[in-house]
Design a protein around this ligand. Structure first.
Ligand SMILES: Cc1cc2nc3c(=O)[nH]c(=O)nc-3n(C[C@H](O)[C@H](O)[C@H](O)COP(=O)(O)O)c2cc1C
Length: 183
């Protein structure tokens, strides 16, 4: 089937944590490369780039005014398709990801946008609950979430030198990407 994503529609990949050395960032790069192989442009939004004083200076009445956040906020407003790479933290998604979402322009950032979700965990769930929690929030905000979600459980055993070593995981990633481009 011919993908409905046009070449000019850049895909934004949100690496869902600001933790240094995050595996989620490595997974984001894997997706970026896969999109590139298919001729699609993708850019990573790395939550490590949030301003250090984000919580105090870039939320609520300050939303949109903090110089360090203006660029990311604009990209999220203009982007039409997002892929969230979501690490599992304490049975859900990271608080910093919710804080990031709370700092975005509502509803323009979300209304009728489309996204796909990938969970990453060191345990056996692959972020199943994290993806479910995030789906609720994105749907509430008006964003459509691709039903095909990838859960990369026990990531420590299934990744080496920045590459996924599990054959099934690689198949699921390709399957999800193809569905996302048609979504
Ligand atoms: C604050 C915190 C909480 C975590 N909670 C969980 C958890 O509930 N279940 C789990 O399987 N792994 C948990 N982990 C491990 C992450 O899933 C693991 O680090 C994985 O690589 C994805 O996170 P990363 O992108 O930060 O590397 C936690 C890690 C952190 C930093």
């Amino acid at each position: 089937m011919v993908p409905t994503t046009r070449m000019e529609d850049k895909i934004y990949i949100i690496s869902g944590t600001n933790r240094e050395e995050a595996v989620s960032l490595a997974v984001s790069h894997i997706y970026k490369n896969e999109f590139k192989l298919l001729g699609m442009e993708a850019e990573i939004i790395d939550l490590r780039d949030l301003p250090d004083n984000y919580l105090a200076a870039a939320l609520y009445e300050n939303a949109g005014t903090h110089q360090g956040m203006v660029d990311m906020r604009q990209k999220m407003k203009e982007g039409q398709k997002f892929l969230f790479v979501v690490p599992e933290y304490n049975g859900s998604f990271p608080g910093v990801l919710k804080a990031f979402i709370d700092g975005l322009k509502f509803p323009e950032t979300f209304t009728n946008k489309k996204c796909a979700l990938v969970g990453v965990s060191s345990g056996v769930q692959g972020g199943a609950l994290a993806l479910s929690h995030l789906t609720d929030i994105l749907n509430y905000c008006g964003t459509h979430v691709l039903a095909r979600k990838v859960r990369l459980a026990e990531i420590g055993k299934n990744m080496k030198e920045g590459l996924i070593t599990n054959k099934l995981y690689n198949q699921l990633i390709n399957w999800q990407i193809n569905e996302f481009l048609e979504f």
